[in-house]
Design a protein around this ligand. Structure first.
Ligand code: JFZ
Length: 417
């Protein structure tokens, strides 16, 4: 079995996979919305007229922008189009059951009114509103769970944070002090001031020490025992495993709870010139592929400097929601299916039903499956009228449907056991 290399809770750290009831809602949810937003959406991939390669939220490091220059972005940040209700309603329309917002990314800017620094949206910008607070209220109104991304090691603004080698000399930094007197107070405030938080999404652990990871895990669970911690806390600690960005394991990961964080284009933070949007079909197939292997799909939006969501993201997420309105029964609350490793289809299942997801509909409408018995085959899309039959031929279950693909993205057939 190919394990998810990057971050995987050590066995025994927490109840094993499929055992910890704190994850039950998350296992059933399958699909979440990631939101990467901050002052990096102002340069949006361009600095002093130069296109800066890589992901947009890394522009400060990629261009080695001195703090004195980069923090001048904060007084320019006035995202008047920010609408927390619009974001939450888009997540709901898309079928995303939880949202994870960057409360503080590697550049150190906070999207909430932190008592630990004025380098935040409330105290340091003309906008002056608490983005996180407004999102928390909108999530509560709409019944969507809210999680928070928090960069616990990389902080290119704080003198004792990790990663800024152009303003600071690492040998003169005190990372232990940073963890004790900045990270812990900020983790406390985001878990105390904004209601129930479903996940703390730590990231890029880099130099964090085992005891520091453990202390942060214990701190989160001491304040909100039901708050989950993703697999990037460091030292293989956390409540579930986190795959590499946009990575989908080639095979079933039955032993662990895991999640793939992913982008719709090629950047997390908004970039003006990144138009490489994945197709709706690709996004739906990614969701099905991940769920069929036991994982969750955390799919990102990157609002621009005005707080607007890029239209291509809205279009794709809404189309994913249309597909899930019809086919969500085969996704939410399911387990990995009995057939794994096929190229053209995936399977998920419940105790009574197997769901066959057909990626590439056969030209003759005929699907032959080995290792599966079924008493019935019906379209999950109740509006489909085309004939669908099953038979047993040569030891295989043969499904005969129309020659035309029933669904432009992924067709789902419900197989009764
Ligand atoms: C990290 C961040 O640096 C990035 O800005 C974004 O927030 C992303 C979700 O997480 O990037 C990573 C972290 C881990 C891997 C790759 C990119 N990895 O495991 O290969």
């Amino acid at each position: 079995m190919t394990e998810i290399e990057y971050f995987k809770p050590e066995r025994g750290q927490r109840p094993g996979a499929n055992e910890d009831p704190r994850l039950d809602w998350w296992r059933a949810a399958k699909f979440g919305m990631f939101i990467h937003w901050g002052v990096y959406s102002i340069p949006a991939g361009v600095w002093k007229g130069e296109h800066i390669p890589g992901i947009g939220e890394w522009i400060m490091l990629r261009a080695e922008i001195p703090i004195a220059e980069y923090e001048q972005l904060a007084p320019q940040f006035n995202p008047v189009k920010y609408d927390a209700d619009q974001i939450v309603k888009l997540a709901k329309a898309a079928g995303q059951k939880y949202i994870v917002l960057t409360s503080k990314h590697h550049d150190g800017f906070c999207l909430y009114g932190s008592a630990e620094t004025d380098y935040n949206i409330v105290d340091g910008t003309p906008f002056g509103r608490d983005v996180l607070g407004e999102l928390a209220d909108a999530c509560a109104r709409e019944g969507i769970k809210l999680g928070l991304y928090y960069s616990q090691t990389q902080d290119w603004h704080h003198p004792n944070g990790f990663g800024n080698t152009w303003d600071f000399n690492e040998d003169e930094q005190d990372f232990a002090d940073y963890i004790e007197n900045y990270v812990k107070p900020q983790v406390r405030e985001i878990l105390t001031n904004y209601g129930p938080i479903c996940i703390i999404w730590f990231d890029t652990p880099r130099i964090i020490e085992r005891h520091q990871s453990q202390e942060l895990l214990d701190l989160v669970h001491s304040i909100q025992p039901d708050c989950l911690v993703c697999g990037r806390l460091g030292n293989k600690l956390g409540d579930y495993a986190t795959a590499q960005d946009n990575a989908i394991p080639p095979e079933l990961q039955a032993e662990i709870d895991w999640e793939t964080p992913a982008t719709i284009n090629d950047t997390w933070g908004f970039k003006t010139h990144d138009h490489n949007w994945k197709s709706t079909t690709q996004l739906i197939q990614n969701l099905v592929d991940i769920v069929s292997k036991g994982g969750n799909y955390l799919l990102n939006i990157g609002p621009d400097a005005e707080g607007a969501i890029p239209e291509p993201s809205i279009e794709r997420l809404q189309a994913m929601g249309v597909w899930l309105d019809v086919n969500g029964e085969s996704i939410y609350g399911t387990q990995p299916g009995p057939i794994q490793g096929a190229a053209a289809y995936r399977t998920t299942q419940t105790s009574e039903t197997v769901y066959l997801h057909v990626f590439d509909w056969p030209a003759d409408g005929r699907i032959a499956l080995s290792g599966l018995d079924a008493s019935s085959a019906t379209w999950l899309d109740a509006s489909r009228e085309a004939a669908l039959s099953i038979s047993e031929q040569g030891g295989q279950l043969v499904i005969q449907g129309p020659v035309e693909a029933p669904n432009e993205h992924v067709t789902v057939i419900r197989l009764g056991r």
